[in-house]
Design a protein around this ligand. Sequence first.
Ligand SMILES: Nc1ncnc2c1ncn2[C@@H]1O[C@H](COP(=O)(O)OP(=O)(O)OP(=O)(O)O)[C@@H](O)[C@H]1O
Ligand SMILES: [Mg+2]
Length: 258
Amino acid sequence: MEISSTDLGLAARVQHLTKTFGADDGAVRALDGVTVGIRRGEFTAIMGPSGSGKSTLMHVMAGLDAPTSGRVWIGDTEITGLSDLELTILRRRRVGFVFQAFNLVPTLDAIGNILLPFDIDGRRPSALERARIDGLVETLGLTERLRHRPHQLSGGQQQRVAIARALATAPDLVFADEPTGNLDSRSGRDVLRLLAAASREHGQSIAMVTHDPVAASHADRVVYLGDGRIVADKPRQSAEEISAYMLATELGAAEVAA
Ligand SMILES: Nc1ncnc2c1ncn2[C@@H]1O[C@H](COP(=O)(O)OP(=O)(O)OP(=O)(O)O)[C@@H](O)[C@H]1O
Ligand SMILES: [Mg+2]
């Protein structure tokens, strides 16, 4: 797929992207010629076996990590040419990220972590924003946990704080790396509904990595990675179709069979 640099339908895109970690004998090519766009207002799932490059792709698309070669845009801004400061400002204003490892600040309590994007931006949430954050806290079941610090929270609670933090400023673009990985099926479903509503009702563009066919079935589109390459790109599928496809192609077969 060739993507023009003026494609307005895309919230983020990468072209001919490669990412290599290490050098010489120890070099690992995590991404190998990836060209893909995240469509505006859509909920996109990214699937693929462990080590296939999903987290690396999200980090590079969000401007958290630099590509080895290739080009990266957030909206219509090519970020590969931006200074660190310009990139930081763009990311702060436009992008929310739920990390696979949460990355909460250990010294801040849950609400401190959730409000961190505002602090970093040097402002306080407006009344409207505060009301939206209250809604997120309630939907994510965190009301009773706001004064707890990360080490006092369960893995699933920390994950939900990370999700609230990523959505707190209502960014146009949200990357979520396995946001339901530590959740029971009920809170996982609440998170998936939240992400689906963010795209459907608020026009936010969501890219979510998941190993779970049920989670991916909530998305409008499923992109499959294998060995650092895009191996398939499909419109909405049922959980059964996704499982069957993964088994047939042995993409994550071990996880589906487990
Ligand atoms: N900082 C790094 N240094 C060296 N190699 C790395 C680094 N980050 C990732 N890799 C390698 O790049 C490849 C892709 O890793 P990545 O984390 O993107 O996979 P993933 O698809 O997210 O896997 P998982 O499902 O296990 O989270 C792997 O082989 C990994 O070992
Ligand atoms: Mg990963």
